[in-house]
Every structure is written in structure tokens, then in C-alpha cells.
Ligand binder design. Structure first.
Ligand code: 1CP
Length: 386
């Protein structure tokens, strides 16, 4: 009798310990299965990505934490770019900066797409006024031997630490987006040794060394899948894959040298998360300059397709169909118009996309001289448009 009572008590205690709401309901229902995080208060971004009804059109801006913010410039005077990326407290501070000023519906972890080439053993420097510089690029296939995929993921653990810390600092205010560069874009930086207007060396690789190019792209794809999985485990609530250099490829080359790897990233990531019973988060594909292949992009399984400003919203919707969310696509240069003009352009854009399956953004990153007032106007105009 006494034993039965004791067993009963033990069972009640065990039930209490394991019951999800005692830990954190949000964490068990929707988010990371791995750690308890604060309950999400504004989930319009995630709802838009999943095609659910939203209270208001969500808006965020690519490079929202960046050089147009005086407080970012101030912090950068004291810390080198990659020190900010590698120090979770600093990365979180910078990630938070735009949220303190503007009523944005998402945050994106402060980092850079070039942390993967770094983790693979290449030196990456950030030169003021120039951008990223890789002093010892991959010139010929033999140089691929210099890459160190083993242990790359553990060298990126600081990004996971920053994501986890940021989820706590956000206190559920808005979702946190994680991201990665896509294989073709990363391969470009690694071969060119930095940004390039023509991508001539990388394009020459595709023709001169097609098999090694595939090897290179596959190596990067493997690293990206590992990296994105790690970000989800750390607490990223949505992911974006940046194929920013798609603009350099013809449609035929985009379909050959970008699309298969983009497909593999999404399929393998979803597969791995499912196998580990980790909830799959929405994934955005932003292939800048690939408006020629929207239909093909829509067949890759991504939840959201990001558009640059060269694409008409109505034509894009007709091409991708009703089951994909669109993101974008105001010309970043429109941020230099006067407030009335900017307000009208933004309202017109939101009307074209509509309230369902839409996330407002620029068609590429915000540029450094953008007036702060333009962000205010943009965010308010999006929220008031519908
Ligand atoms: O000195 C500085 O502070 C450099 C400015 C800067 C910033 C603020 C760079 C250098 N990177 C970043 C942050 C960054 N990069 C984020 C932060 C999160 C955010 O607020 O959005 C993100 C998402 C990126 C991604 C990134 N880096 C991309 C893909 C997006 C895009 O713009 O197409 C690319 C191509 C890069 C490379 C890169 N890093 C930095 C610059 C100036 C560039 C582009 C260089 C070039 O033109 O090729």
C-alpha cells in the first residue's frame, strides 16, 4: 500500500517534470526542441511564410543591421568586422540595433556569408570601402586541397552561440532568421578573392574544370547543410539562403550551376531535421537576378522566394502559383526618394503583392547612405497599406 502511494507520488512528480508547459509551451509547440525559449509574441513573419492569415504584412530589411545605422558605425570603430561576428555579445548588440529604432517584424542574426569560406580554412579580411578580401583564393583545382571541411562546423559554433543568446535577448518580440550564402555565390568569392563585377575567373572554372567545379559546389553544399542544421538547433526560427551572385549566370547556367545545389540544400536539411524530430523552419531562397527562373525556383521546395526589384510582383505571383510566399522587392535606391514618394511606392508595392503569402522587404540590401527616416517611412507604409 505504502509502495503504491510512493509510486503514485513518483508518477505525479515525473508527469510534472515532463509536461511541456512547465518548461515553456512555445518551445515545445513551435520552436527549437532543444532549449526553452521565450514565447513568440509577433509571429506574422512565420505565419506569412506558412501561408497563414497575418495581422499585418510583416516587414524586415536585408542588411537591416549595418552601415546606415550610426550606432553600428560607432561600434565598428571599436571592433573589427569578424570580431563582431565571433563575439556573441557584440553580434547580438548589432542584431538588436535596428529593432530599437524601427517596428520591424523580424531580426536576422548578425554575421556574414563569408564565415563559411573562413571555416573552410581561407583567410577573409574585411577592408573598409572595399568589402571582403580573400588574399589566397582558390585559383586552380589543386587548391581545393587547402580546404578543411573536417571540423568546419565546430569552427562556426560561435554563430550558434550568438543565435541562442539572441533568442533570449529578443524575449519573443519577433522571430530570428538565420542564413547562409549559397554554393555558387560562395564559390565565386573563394575563386575571385572578393567581390567581382564579372565573375570572370569563376565562370572560366565552370568551362575549364566542370568536374572540379561540381566537386567544389558539392563540398560547399555539404558545409551549408551542416551549418543551417546547426543554426536551427541553436534556435533560428527561419532561414534564408543568399544566392546573391545568381545575377552573373545565364538562365541555362543558373539551372546547371546553382539550382541542383539549392535543391540539395533544402531537401537534405528537411530530411535531417525530420529524422531527428526537430521541427522544420520555413526557408527562403533569395537568388538575386534570377527572375528568369521563378517557376524553377518555386519547384525546389522553399517556402519563400525572395525577389529583387527587377521582377514585377503580379508576374512573379503568376509564375510561382498560390502556394509560395513572396518576399521583396523595393529598389534600395527608392529609399533615397522623399518621404511622400517612398510612401507611395511602398504602398503600391504592397497592394500589388497583397496581404496573403507576402513578406515586405527591399529587393537587395539597404545601402550605407540611406537616411534613417526612410526606414521609418518604409515600415509604417507597409503596416498601413492593407
Ligand atoms: O565594414 C562593415 O561593417 C561591412 C559591412 C557589412 C555588413 C554590415 C558586410 C561586409 N557584411 C555585413 C553583414 C551582413 N552580410 C549581414 C547581416 C545581417 C543583416 O542585417 O542583414 C548579412 C545577411 C550579410 C550577407 C552577405 N554578405 C551577402 C548576401 C546578401 C547580399 O547583400 O547580397 C553578401 C554578398 C555578403 C558579402 C559581403 N559582406 C560585406 C560586404 C560589403 C559584402 C558584399 C561585397 C560585394 O559587393 O561583393
Amino acid at each position: 500500500m505504502k509502495d503504491a502511494k510512493l509510486l503514485g507520488l513518483r508518477l505525479v512528480w515525473l508527469w510534472w517534470l515532463l509536461w511541456p508547459t512547465n518548461v515553456c509551451s512555445d518551445h515545445f509547440k513551435t520552436d527549437s526542441p532543444l532549449q526553452p525559449f521565450p514565447v513568440l509574441k509577433n509571429d506574422n513573419l512565420l505565419r506569412a511564410a506558412r501561408g497563414e492569415v497575418v495581422d499585418r504584412v510583416p516587414v524586415w530589411v536585408m542588411r537591416q543591421a549595418g552601415r546606415y545605422l550610426p550606432e553600428f558605425q560607432e561600434l565598428r570603430k571599436q571592433h573589427d568586422f569578424f570580431t563582431v561576428c565571433r563575439t556573441p555579445e557584440l553580434a547580438c548588440e548589432v542584431t538588436m540595433q535596428p529593432l530599437r529604432r524601427f517596428d520591424l517584424d523580424a531580426s536576422i542574426i548578425f554575421s556574414d556569408i563569408l564565415v563559411i569560406p573562413q571555416a573552410l580554412g581561407l583567410t577573409v579580411e574585411m577592408h573598409a570601402g572595399v568589402g571582403p578580401v580573400l588574399p589566397q583564393p582558390i585559383k586552380v583545382p589543386d587548391d581545393l586541397k587547402r580546404l578543411t571541411p573536417d571540423g568546419a562546423l565546430s569552427r562556426l559554433s560561435y554563430v550558434g552561440d550568438a543565435i541562442t543568446m539572441m533568442r533570449h535577448k529578443l524575449d519573443g518580440r519577433v522571430p530570428l532568421i538565420g542564413f547562409s550564402g549559397a554554393p555558387w555565390t560562395l564559390m565565386g568569392y573563394m575563386i575571385e578573392g572578393g567581390g567581382s563585377k564579372t565573375m570572370s575567373k569563376t565562370k572560366a572554372w565552370l568551362k575549364d574544370y566542370p568536374e572540379d567545379s561540381k566537386l567544389f559546389l558539392n563540398l560547399l553544399t555539404d558545409a551549408i547543410v551542416d551549418y543551417l542544421e546547426m543554426q536551427v538547433k541553436a534556435g533560428a526560427q527561419m532561414l534564408q539562403v543568399f544566392e546573391s551572385s545568381a545575377e552573373h549566370l545565364s538562365k541555362e547556367d543558373f539551372l546547371e550551376w546553382s539550382v541542383p545545389y539549392l535543391r540539395r540544400i533544402r531537401d537534405e536539411l528537411v530530411d535531417r531535421l525530420n529524422k531527428k524530430v526537430i521541427p522544420v523552419v520555413p526557408i527562403t531562397l533569395f537568388a538575386k537576378g534570377a527572375g528568369h527562373s521563378l517557376k524553377e525556383q518555386s519547384e525546389l521546395g522553399y517556402d519563400v522566394i525572395g525577389l529583387d526589384w527587377t521582377v514585377d510582383p503580379i508576374e512573379a505571383r503568376n509564375l510561382v502559383g498560390p502556394n509560395i510566399t513572396l518576399q521583396g522587392n523595393l529598389d534600395p535606391q527608392d529609399m533615397y526618394r522623399n518621404p511622400d514618394e517612398l510612401r507611395n511606392l511602398t504602398t503600391e508595392m504592397v497592394h500589388k503583392f497583397g496581404k496573403s503569402r507576402y513578406i515586405a522587404n527591399l529587393g537587395h540590401g539597404i545601402t550605407p547612405q540611406t537616411p534613417l527616416a526612410s526606414m521609418e517611412v518604409l515600415v509604417e507604409a507597409v503596416h498601413k497599406a492593407l
